[in-house]
Design a protein around this ligand. Sequence first.
Ligand code: NAD
Length: 417
Amino acid sequence: MIAEHEAVDVLKSTQVVIEQALRKLGYGDEMIELLKEPMRMMTVRIPIRMDSGETQVFTGFRAQHNDAVGPTKGGVRFHPEVNADEVKALSIWMSLKCGIADLPYGGGKGGIICDPRGMSFRELERLSRGYVRAISQLVGPTKDIPAPDVMTNSQIMAWMLDEYSRIREFDSPGFITGKPLVLGGSRGRETATARGVAIMIHEALRTRGVALHDARVIIQGFGNAGSFLAKFMHEAGASVVGISDVHGALYNEEGLDIEHLLDRRDSFGAVTNLFTSTISNAELLEKPCDVLVPAATQNQITAENAPRIQAGIVVEAANGPTTLEATEILTKRGVLIVPDVLASSGGVIVSYFEWVQNNQGYYWSEAEVDHKLREMMIAGYQQVYELHLSRAVDMRLAAYMTGVRRLAEAVRYRGWV
Ligand code: NAD
């Protein structure tokens, strides 16, 4: 999670690239002033009766970046270090993801400062319901649609849905996504982010003319995104030579036994603690491979280690794993970066499918979800890659330009700027 000073940096660096993107697209100061911050930022205080009988007051946030295109959309994270600037930056990233995938949404994001690992099931339920009561007037299926994020899951979405449908009984089905299947969730939602990243790896390898069977892949992080990705890469015939978790990393140039690792990992994505011969996360990033996938946390590839990264392709499954300085160094060295706002958009794309299915009351097969996800991700990649070539900008700036273009156009048509 992002500590306070890093969060301000994440917001600032997001604003730097938003400004560059809008200037490249020919927009001036007014548009930049509007889009560099969320249009609405709510801070709520949530009193919760704990199991001990005492009341604890939690702080929560909901940021709505911009609704010129449609309702805002984005996850809610539960974490002790959530803070306002982080939530703001994440809401802007959601706008970019939705823009690249051409979803009829702007970006949103929410969070509660709490540590779910130290809370009981019932305390978590009361907190989830309390958050929905606090924000219920400003969210809804046509206004702002939450989803799971760090340390929130389909059970928490189910409690939030239930609370919302008590407050607003007629417009609840598409209020939230990432729900359990029996409450209107979509098939393929749980694996959507990893599927999307896998599709991006295929496309990047194709661009570089490397066959999947010859590709050596390193994945930092073995949680929801990283472990499913390792499975998909292994099944597709690539060689997963390195993985890591918060404790350390495993590397074997002959390829790791992914099925064994998947079998042994715990629910927080830890597995390397079961091994004696591990290396550090920092060492893993610099090992030989064709594709490096940071799928753990932010600021992992920096100006310090970027010159030593050996991968020819970096596909960002995590949010913000590469600093702007590192992006410049890698780009100059000829490394192809598939940036986070493109690579990790599979989750929000399938969330969009869930909302569409809820609105239709008609549910799709997993094959249909996967097929549509593939089409959208590939279209996004092609747009970003072509812009990168035609405007001679790095892949991150190309992704920001693609992501913000439709939003800025909608703002202009509406006459806001
Ligand atoms: P997760 O909590 O399930 O797993 C995180 C993994 O990273 C675990 O294996 C953990 O041990 C490891 N880890 C944590 N801190 C680390 C560190 N400092 N160094 C190395 N490893 C570390 O999380 P997730 O859902 O897989 O998400 C991973 C990243 O992908 C996050 O940046 C998240 O924002 C991003 N992301 C996830 C989704 C999704 O749908 N899961 C969607 C978009 C973006």
